[in-house]
Design a protein around this ligand. Sequence first.
Ligand code: NAD
Ligand code: MG
Length: 395
Amino acid sequence: MIAVRHLTILGSTGSIGVSTLDVVARHPDRFRVVALTANKGVKKILEQCRRFEPRYAVLLDEASAEWLRVEVRAAGLATEVLSGVESLEKVASLEDVDTVMAAIVGAAGIRPTFAAARAGKQVLLANKETMVMAGRIFMDVVKENHATLLPIDSEHNAIFQSLPHHFNGDLGAVGVRRILLTASGGPFRQLPLSSLEHVTPGQACAHPNWVMGQKISVDSATMMNKGLEVIEAHWLFEAPPEQIQVVIHPQSIIHSMVEYVDGSVLAQLGNPDMRTPIAHALGFPERIETGVAPLDMFKVARLDFEAPDFRRFPCLRLAYQALATGGSAPAILNAANEVAVESFLKCQMPFTAIPAMIEEVMQTVGRKDIATLNDVLAADSLAREAAREWLTCLA
Ligand code: NAD
Ligand code: MG
């Protein structure tokens, strides 16, 4: 008999949330949805409530929650509608929930993701920003509370799949020489450098291989996404930065690789569809159907590789720098990046100002030691303030 998993899906209306529910719907015998959450996309979450009949639906703000409450009642559903960050934390740590998909975008995901780890849940981690901001503390909370962490980010999921099952945080002990983190290079990999200044949000969000939320799409265009992923890999696999090599692979078929001391390189391949890593984590250690098309090697025909260019992608350099600086530096990098991306998306600054702003904020705010989640949140606020000031000066 299959043991039924009880799920909370944080960020259920986003790109990862929707793909998660797509996999869940294919396996009604395996999964029950206990809670769904969103920022304010009320129509989408109402649709999801109708389909999955969760016990709870949480929206960030109370006005949207009130609207949903009325609609849910009118639809005759028993779903209880809650609001606020405390409610996000509550549904991430419910007694009868065993698995939490952490798929809120950005720093907003940190408190509920921590709550899930503190409650000892199986945490399926898509919200890489939590790892970037608070990697060491988060890994400690996971260990102390016997939570399980399964990576959803396709690269980290591929690395996880390419490591031996008995890997326990010591790469040397399992004969690993390097992690090869693949990157598509995004939509501007070949654009003349002089044109970067004029690219639009629409162009930045048109990723060649993946369909994703807006923020991560811009991060892929600047390659800050890969920078955040280097930091994420550092904490997840206890890999020093010099053991993590970014490899540009424009086809996004190889999702990352692990190089061993005997010269073997193990990789995970597949079509670029997030339902594969999501299903890997949802079903772990079993393999379950996803609806992802089988990989057609004859159609793929070739796989290319290039070294990343720090002049084209200064955000990648800044992320390595933040990791080397340590302490609050990655949280500052992340916060400045979130403000920069949001401003770029609102056409308040050019694409090339993204790394400029981040670099300046990292210098102005300065590194501090981090001991608690509050230290992290304080660094995040300071960096946001500095970033907004930078914007005012720009205007
Ligand atoms: P998205 O923008 O499509 O969805 C974000 C979700 O979070 C939505 O449900 C939204 O309502 C919710 N949300 C946004 N702000 C919130 C707030 N302040 N409080 C509470 N909820 C809030 O984002 P996405 O592309 O699904 O990405 C989600 C996370 O997964 C990100 O951390 C991203 O880096 C990571 N990730 C995404 C992909 C992908 O293919 N989309 C791949 C790897 C990793
Ligand atoms: Mg990724």
